[in-house]
Design a binder for this molecule. Structure first.
Ligand SMILES: Nc1ncnc2c1ncn2[C@@H]1O[C@H](COP(=O)(O)OP(=O)(O)OP(=O)(O)O)[C@@H](O)[C@H]1O
Ligand SMILES: [Mg+2]
Length: 361
């Protein structure tokens, strides 16, 4: 008989409008989702990823994390995500230099050209992408976050009675949740470029992801924030159709972009300028991608986040952009994948991806 040690991790997604937490565990080679939950964050507590009311946010966090952690002894340690509006993640090419210390210096020098902060105002983390190295150069994925944000998150998590174990750029957690790690380890495929569009309540982002035939060399290339959000869509519906916030949310979920008789394409008409802005930003980012990353075309778009469920959005984007679009599946790596309904799961990509980090090395 084999006895498998059960390891678990507690993970937290901090957003302006909700806190989400999930406990994941590993038994043998399988990953399990033990518990996942969210609480709404009242208006004025958080703004653009920044904590405005520390004691109140800490109190919400404590309740949520305690209920998800249960009474597991080790579960005061939590992995957390950083807001993608203020973080920066990019694949950069640098001279290797004679030693790792040289490589580190070269990375700091190169990153300084890419960020709107002084180098002493940021925390920087990096990892080599092994399959992309040449004799003299390394390609390195760098993640950057202003120190003031990380320091504030540390304070609020401590105040909630928990200990932050790691902070991760959101794009990394999202991509980890959406790709099948087992399949990718056995794969032998030609290079493939994918855009993940994460559509949240307060912000959205485009993440450019490259899959490669080499072992362990799939990587994010870069990510950009886009202003479209679920909240912004609801506000527009409220103003134009003179309905309450709740009615706007219900109408959005019921109709989406559908032209069925009871919906008549009303929302598509209302949202057209926002959707045109989104497609323009995607085209612009694809142009940047094709210039900076040497002419590779985009094979697929994957939608994630709660907004991915907007009816008809996948078909709309595929038609406008001429790129196949599909909905992501953040339960793809989870053994007990029937523990959460698929649409709900789209809101939990970040938490699930954070949790998998502890198990997938
Ligand atoms: N069926 C649906 N159709 C359209 N929108 C939906 C649907 N279901 C959920 N949403 C929207 O998804 C949004 C929530 O998504 P998500 O949970 O990914 O956001 P969040 O992570 O809390 O916020 P953010 O990532 O912006 O900080 C809400 O605006 C909600 O209205
Ligand atoms: Mg989110």
């Amino acid at each position: 008989m084999f006895l498998f040690r059960r390891r678990s991790s507690l993970n937290l997604d901090i957003s302006d409008l909700s806190l989400k937490a999930g406990k994941l565990s590993k038994r043998g080679n399988d990953f399990y989702l033990d518990k996942i939950k969210s609480v709404p964050v009242p208006a004025g507590y958080m703004e653009r990823g920044r904590v405005l009311k520390r004691p109140e946010v800490a109190e919400l966090m404590r309740g949520l994390l305690q209920s998800v952690a249960g009474d597991h002894r080790r579960q005061s340690i939590v992995n957390t995500v950083l807001p993608d509006t203020d973080t920066f993640v990019k694949l950069i090419k640098v001279e290797r230099g004679a030693t790792d210390a040289n490589l580190n210096d070269n990375i700091y020098k190169e990153v300084a050209h890419h960020i709107p902060y002084n180098i002493d105002e940021i925390y920087l983390d990096w990892q080599k992408i092994p399959g992309l190295a040449t004799k003299d150069t390394e390609q390195v994925l760098v993640g950057v976050c202003p120190k003031e944000i990380v320091d504030e998150y540390i304070k609020v998590i401590h105040l909630a009675g928990f200990v932050p174990q790691s902070f991760e750029v959101e794009a990394l957690a999202i991509t980890r949740s959406l790709f099948n790690w087992r399949a990718s380890r056995k794969k032998s495929l030609a290079n493939r470029n994918v855009i993940i569009i994460d559509l949240g309540a307060a912000r959205s982002s485009l993440i450019f992801w490259r899959e490669q035939g080499f072992y362990n060399s799939d990587t994010i290339e870069f990510s950009v924030s886009v202003p479209l959000s679920g909240m912004q869509i609801n506000k527009l519906i409220e103003q134009k159709l003179l309905v309450t916030a709740l009615q706007a949310e219900q109408f959005k979920i019921k109709c989406g972009l559908s032209d069925a008789p009871e919906c008549q394409g009303v929302l598509l008409q209302l949202l057209r300028p926002m959707l045109d802005d989104l497609t323009a930003r995607i085209r612009h980012a694809v142009h940047f991608h094709n210039t900076y990353f040497e002419g590779a075309s985009i094979d697929k778009i994957i939608l994630s986040g709660g907004g991915a469920s907007l009816k008809g959005l996948d078909v709309f984007l595929a038609t406008e952009l001429g790129i196949p679009v599909e909905l992501g599946n953040p339960l793809i790596n989870i053994k007990n994948h029937d523990s959460l309904n698929y649409q709900q799961a789209l809101s939990y990509c970040t938490v699930i991806g954070l949790g998998l980090k502890d198990f997938i090395k």
